[in-house]
Design a protein around this ligand. Sequence first.
Ligand code: NAP
Length: 267
Amino acid sequence: MPSYVVAGASRGIGLEFVSQLSSKSDNVVFALARNPYGAKDLLALGSRANVHVLKADITDPAALKAAADTVAKVTGGALDVLINNGAIMGELKWAALDDFPSEDALVAEFRTVFDTNVLGAILPTNAFLPLLKKGAVKKVLTLSTGLADPATVLHLGHKYATAYSITKVGVEMANIKYAVKYKDAGFTFLTISPGLVKTDMNSLPEKPEDLAKVQEVFGQFATVAPPNFTGPISPEESVSAMLAVLEKVTPEDSGKFLSHHGDRNWL
Ligand SMILES: NC(=O)c1ccc[n+]([C@@H]2O[C@H](COP(=O)([O-])OP(=O)(O)OC[C@H]3O[C@@H](n4cnc5c(N)ncnc54)[C@H](OP(=O)(O)O)[C@@H]3O)[C@@H](O)[C@H]2O)c1
């Protein structure tokens, strides 16, 4: 019975991972959310016999350890795949680095986003590594973004989402550090971008001046989009593509950062 943990599963792409993985009755899926009682779609999936909804904030080591203990009890001590999905964009995502309302606001934004996006991938990985070592599959999938690819950001001229882009570069490096440490141990640590996906993360801003920046960014995306690109894709399409990549990768791919297409085309 292949076992999966999805960390940050209350909505959006994480919720869709839980939905697709648990649609195979052979799989057992553990969905971690910091506030499961506020996540009604996740609670609905929790009625499936092979879904276990657990309360854990991805920045809280004690909660993650408790979740790992629960998973171990159900599976007999092993885990096959960990998906580090949870992240935040930041409240001030439309500020360029020197346009924050104040340096205090910049510091607060970067600390919060770093905690969630970088520690929020490292802490779940550390909590579940003892179980993954006993699993048959040994795969860790961590969500990043094409906005963490320096060459793409330079090409696009994308100056926003600063804390987000910078911390997601950190996530890629954390993935590489794990890949190096566990080289030859049968592990595959993969960082993946889900594409541009219709979720809360891409909801339109309220301020009119920020709406103009959305248009600016979409204009930039058009310069790298493939000819068949029609805009943000659904969580269903993104997750199904990422699961196909996850299935294909082997320890030879450990440490790579790929798109949902399995290459470096981010849209
Ligand atoms: N959507 C896109 O176009 C896009 C593009 C590139 C990369 N990504 C990446 O894809 C992943 C999923 O994004 P999404 O679009 O589904 O975003 P989303 O709709 O905003 O969902 C974010 C998820 O992360 C969870 N989360 C945040 N902080 C957490 C914490 N401290 N503890 C536990 N859970 C936490 C949220 O839980 P709560 O409900 O409790 O807030 C929610 O379930 C992220 O890593 C994101 O960076 C998305």
